[in-house]
Design a protein around this ligand. Structure first.
Ligand code: ATP
Ligand code: MG
Length: 375
């Protein structure tokens, strides 16, 4: 059965089908390094922590890394393999830790050549960097594990799950057509899709981490405190900020700036591309940064101030903003596996006529329980 994985700066989300249902595994994209001491490994084994030992250092990965950082107060040993949507160039253990985390989420393929679709960002606009290194490292890691790897843009994953539909002037309804935006931790990714094909993609290296950094700096507060307030709906809502609370004020300003900056970049890029779209396009948005209560309202408010070269249709939030991208990767993987299965079925028939056994391992069964893209 095919799998999907959304590889993000803050969280990794795995998606697969079990007993006919979509099942998600969420893991924090982080690790904690500590010196190897007597019995440390035995204790970690007993508590079923995910870790790796190298020389005299133990690396604990995922959610447990945050727990260790909080228990010990050693923030500097709490590290992240990714920054701004890609492998963290300043982190020497980035590749090995990300591999360990990915293995923990996906496990081994059920059969050799099982399809997995993994998400990557688009190259950030206006920056002298690209996604090639990040993409190839992920591709190789999953291939080494025995998967048939498909890579897709994370915002396109959103289009596959949410299925925005464009209505043309002659009344035709065109599925999987619209604008998808994923507001993550390290980046914001946007695609424009038409009939499930990516017309173009952009990303900006700003997301939830950027909001936390800016607010912490402007209000002279620890970043972890800002993050905790931002993520707690009892302490902050974007639709009801307390005007007398200086952190609330700063959060509101930077959320607005993140949305405005993304949409202005998008508008400028679209103008330059000379694309012509006369029919209205729907927007679907997702990502952890969009999960704050009131985000959709703020997004619509800012969108109304931006001049776009096409009419805007409906604007909505994904049903599950934190899992929508992983769910879309799963849709892509299943669809690819179905195609592969059909091909090998036809191949089998042809070869069967010749009385030959098809090499290459077992063929997956037809997937009846696959989710129909929602929308
Ligand atoms: N309930 C919440 N309310 C507000 N913010 C949240 C909430 N949950 C998560 N976040 C924020 O969302 C961000 C993580 O979002 P997400 O998991 O979509 O990012 P990612 O996929 O790991 O990163 P990227 O796609 O940029 O590489 C973090 O900045 C986090 O603080
Ligand atoms: Mg993401």
């Amino acid at each position: 059965m095919a799998k999907g994985i959304d590889i993000g700066t803050s969280f990794l989300v795995g998606a697969e089908i079990k007993d006919g249902k979509e099942v998600f595994t969420v893991e924090r994209d982080a690790f904690f390094s500590m010196p190897k001491e007597d019995f440390a490994e035995e204790m970690l084994d007993k508590s079923r922590a995910k870790y790796l030992t190298r020389g005299n250092t133990i690396y604990v990965v995922g959610e447990d890394a945050l727990k260790f950082a909080m228990l010990t107060g050693r923030q500097k040993d709490y590290r992240r393999p990714m920054a701004k949507g890609m492998l963290n160039p300043g982190e020497e253990e980035a590749i090995s830790m990300l591999e360990l985390l990915i293995r923990g989420i996906c496990g081994a393929p059920t059969y050799k050549g099982e399809v997995i679709a993994a998400t990557v960002p688009a190259s950030p606009l206006g920056e002298d960097t690209d996604t090639t290194f990040h993409r190839v490292v992920i591709e190789r890691c999953l291939r080494k594990m025995g998967y048939d790897v498909k890579i897709l843009n994370e915002a396109l994953g959103l289009i596959f799950t949410e299925n925005p539909q464009a209505k043309t002037s002659n009344g035709e309804v065109v599925p999987f057509s619209g604008v998808g935006i994923s507001f993550g931790a390290g980046m914001t990714n946007l695609v424009v899709a038409w009939r499930a094909q990516k017309l173009f993609e952009i990303s900006v290296s700003r997301g939830g981490d950027w909001i936390d950094e800016r607010v912490a700096q402007m209000r002279n507060q620890p970043q972890s405190k800002v993050t905790a307030i931002k993520e707690n709906p009892r302490k902050f809502r974007l639709d009801k900020p307390n005007p007398r609370d200086p952190i609330h004020l700063a959060l509101e300003i930077y959320y607005e700036e993140l949305i405005g900056h993304t949409l202005r970049q998008f508008a400028a890029f679209f103008q330059e591309s000379n694309s012509v779209l006369e029919d209205p396009l729907d927007f679907v948005i997702a990502g952890g940064t969009a999960a704050v209560p009131g985000f959709l309202g703020k997004f619509k408010e800012v969108l109304a101030t931006i001049e776009l070269p096409f009419p805007v249709g409906d604007v909505r939030m994904a049903k599950d903003p934190l899992k929508a991208v992983a769910a879309g990767a799963l849709v892509a993987a299943i669809s690819h596996e179905r195609k592969k299965f059909k091909q090998s079925e036809e191949g089998n028939k042809e070869l069967g006529k010749l009385g030959t056994v098809v090499a290459g391992g077992p063929v997956p069964p037809p997937i009846d329980s696959a989710p129909v893209p929602r929308g």
